[in-house]
Design a protein around this ligand. Structure first.
Ligand code: GLV
Length: 462
C-alpha cells in the first residue's frame, strides 16, 4: 500500500510492539511508559545504563558504528561487506545524496506522540523499514542469518532472506517464529531451480519474493579482487543451493558427466583451507565431505548457474504464474523501468543500486527516487535501499517518495560487534532517531512526512 493510501495505527499500538523488543535488552531499571515513543524510551535505556557505568556495545552514530565494526571484522569480511564497485564512487554518492537535502522542522505542532507505523503489502509494520538481503554474512559471524533474522523478528521488522544466505531458508524461518520474512531471489539460469526456490519460499511463509535485477553478474569489486577473495568459492553463501533438491540434481548431473569436482592442480595451504571451508559448510559430515567431490562440484555449479546475465522482461512475465507471492522488483533506477514494472503488475519496487556494489558511477538511489515516484504515481509502494544510515535518512527518503527503506550494512556492523543484540540495537537506534526526528520536526505520523518538509537541490526556498 502506498504512502498516499496506507492506513495509520495508533502510537500506542506501535509503541507496544517496539516496547516488547526493548524489554529484552539489558535494562537495569523498568522501561519507561510505552507512550513516550521509541526515541525517548531508547535514550532512557542508554542513559540509565550509563548511570550504572555501562556503555552501549553498539555506537549510536553511523560513522562510529562503521569504525568499530571494521576493527572487529577480518580483512576479507570487511572487503566484501564494505566494498563497492570500482572506485567506490556510487557508494559515496549514496551518502552524498542524503547530505544534499535538509529537513525544515516545523514548530509547535503538538507532536507529543508519533505513529511510525505503516502498512506494506498488507502487513502493519511498527516502522517503515526492513532488513535488506545480505549474502555471505557468515564472513562476519557464524550463524549470521539466524541471528539477524531473530533480531528482526524481535522487532517485528521484516527480514529479507538472501538467496546467497549462509543458512537454509527453512532454518532462518524457524529462528524467526512468526516474524515477517520475505525471500530474495537471484534468477538462476536453471528454471527448475527458480521454481524450487519459489516453492520453498512459499512453504516457509515468505510474504513476498524480491527479485534482484541488478546482479545478473557480480560487479567489478576491487576490494575483493585485490584479496582474491570470493566467499562463495569457500562455500560461504551457497546454503540455499546446497539445501535445494533441484540444485542437488544439477550437481549430481555435473558429477555424472565427469565435468566437476576434480582435485586442485596444486596442493597449497590456501587450497587446503578452501577445501576444509567448503567441506565444512556442505551438508553431511566433514569427514565424508573431505573425500567427496560433491562439495566442490556444488561450488562450481553454483558459480555457473546462480544468476542469469540474460535476464529480461520476458523472464519476469512468467513469474506471476509461477508463484502466489507478491512480487517485488529490486534494483530499479530508471523511471521507464519503474513504469514497466507497474505495467507488469508488481506489488512494490525497491529503488536500489545494490549499495553501490554493481555499477561504479551509477546514480545514487536517493537521487533516482523522486523521478520514480513521479513515474509510477501514488499507488505503488517504493522501498529505498542503499545509503540509509539513520532515522534522519529515513525521514528524508520518505519525504522524497519512499514508503519504507531497507537497511543493509549497518545491521551487519551491529552483528559484528554484538551478534543478535547488536543487530537489534542498531535497528532500535535508527528507529529511535526517526521517532525523535519526527517529533522535533512537528510530524505525528509517517504519512505526514512530505516533500514540503525538505529543502534541497531543486526546491525553492519556503
Ligand atoms: C551479492 O548480492 C553481493 O552484493 O555480493
Amino acid at each position: 500500500m502506498s504512502r498516499q493510501t496506507r492506513q495509520t495505527g495508533t502510537a500506542r499500538q506501535t509503541g507496544q510492539g517496539r516496547q516488547s523488543a526493548a524489554d529484552t535488552q539489558a535494562a537495569p531499571q523498568a522501561a519507561p511508559a510505552p507512550d513516550v515513543g521509541p526515541g525517548r524510551a531508547r535514550q532512557a535505556q542508554i542513559y540509565r545504563a550509563g548511570a550504572l557505568g555501562q556503555q552501549p556495545r553498539v555506537p549510536a552514530d553511523a560513522d562510529g558504528l562503521e569504525r568499530r565494526a571494521r576493527r572487529a571484522m577480518s580483512r576479507r569480511a570487511w572487503a566484501y561487506v564494505a566494498g563497492g564497485a570500482g572506485s567506490g564512487r556510487t557508494v559515496r554518492a549514496n551518502r552524498q545524496a542524503f547530505q544534499r537535502w535538509s529537513i525544515l522542522p516545523r514548530m509547535l505542532a503538538g507532536a507529543a506522540t508519533r505513529d511510525l507505523g505503516t502498512t506494506l503489502l498488507g502487513r502493519r509494520l511498527p516502522a517503515p523499514l526492513l532488513l535488506a538481503p545480505i549474502g555471505a554474512a557468515d564472513l562476519v559471524r557464524r550463524g549470521a542469518d539466524l541471528l539477524s533474522a531473530a533480531a528482526a523478528a524481535e522487532l517485528a521488522v521484516p527480514y529479507v532472506i538472501s538467496s546467497q544466505g549462509c543458512s537454509p531458508m527453512e532454518e532462518v524461518a524457524a529462528a524467526m517464529g512468526a516474524g515477517p520474512r520475505w525471500f530474495q531471489l537471484y534468477w538462476s539460469t536453471d528454471e527448475a531451480l527458480v521454481d524450487s526456490l519459489l516453492r520453498r519460499a512459499e512453504a516457509v511463509g515468505a510474504e513476498a519474493v524480491v527479485v534482484t535485477l541488478d546482479t545478473t553478474m557480480l560487479g567489478w569489486r576491487p576490494q575483493d579482487l585485490n584479496l582474491g577473495s570470493l566467499p562463495f568459492v569457500q562455500g560461504i553463501g551457497i546454503a540455499q543451493y546446497t539445501s535445494d533438491p533441484r540444485f542437488r540434481e544439477v550437481v549430481a548431473e555435473r558429477l555424472a558427466s565427469g565435468r566437476a569436482g576434480g582435485r586442485p592442480a596444486r596442493v597449497t595451504p590456501g587450497a587446503v583451507r578452501t577445501l576444509v571451508s567448503v567441506s565444512r559448510r556442505h551438508p553431511g559430515s566433514l569427514r565424508h565431505n573431505l573425500r567427496s567431490p560433491e562439495p566442490r562440484a556444488a561450488v562450481e555449479a553454483f558459480l555457473d548457474i546462480y544468476s542469469n546475465p540474460g535476464l529480461s522482461w520476458d523472464h519476469l512475465a512468467t513469474l506471476r504464474e509461477r508463484t502466489s507471492l507478491p512480487i517485488v522488483l529490486k534494483g530499479i533506477l530508471h523511471p521507464d523501468d519503474a513504469r514497466r514494472a507497474l505495467d507488469l503488475g508488481v506489488s512494490a519496487i525497491v529503488v536500489s543500486n545494490h549499495a553501490g556494489r554493481q555499477v561504479d558511477g551509477a546514480i545514487a538511489s536517493l537521487d533516482a527516487l523522486p523521478a520514480i515516484r513521479a513515474a509510477v504515481g501514488g499507488g505503488l509502494p517504493l522501498i529505498l535501499d542503499s545509503g540509509v544510515r539513520s532515522g534522519s535518512d529515513i525521514f528524508t527518503a520518505l519525504a522524497l517518495g519512499a514508503d519504507a527503506v531497507a537497511i543493509g550494512r549497518p545491521y551487519l556492523y551491529g552483528l559484528a560487534l554484538d551478534g543478535r543484540s547488536g543487530v537489534r540495537d542498531v535497528v532500535a537506534n535508527i528507529v529511535a532517531e526517526l521517532d525523535l526526528t519526527m517529533g522535533l520536526s512537528g510530524v505525528r505520523s509517517v504519512d505526514d512526512i512530505s516533500p514540503a518538509m525538505l529543502t534541497g537541490p531543486s526546491s525553492p526556498s519556503p
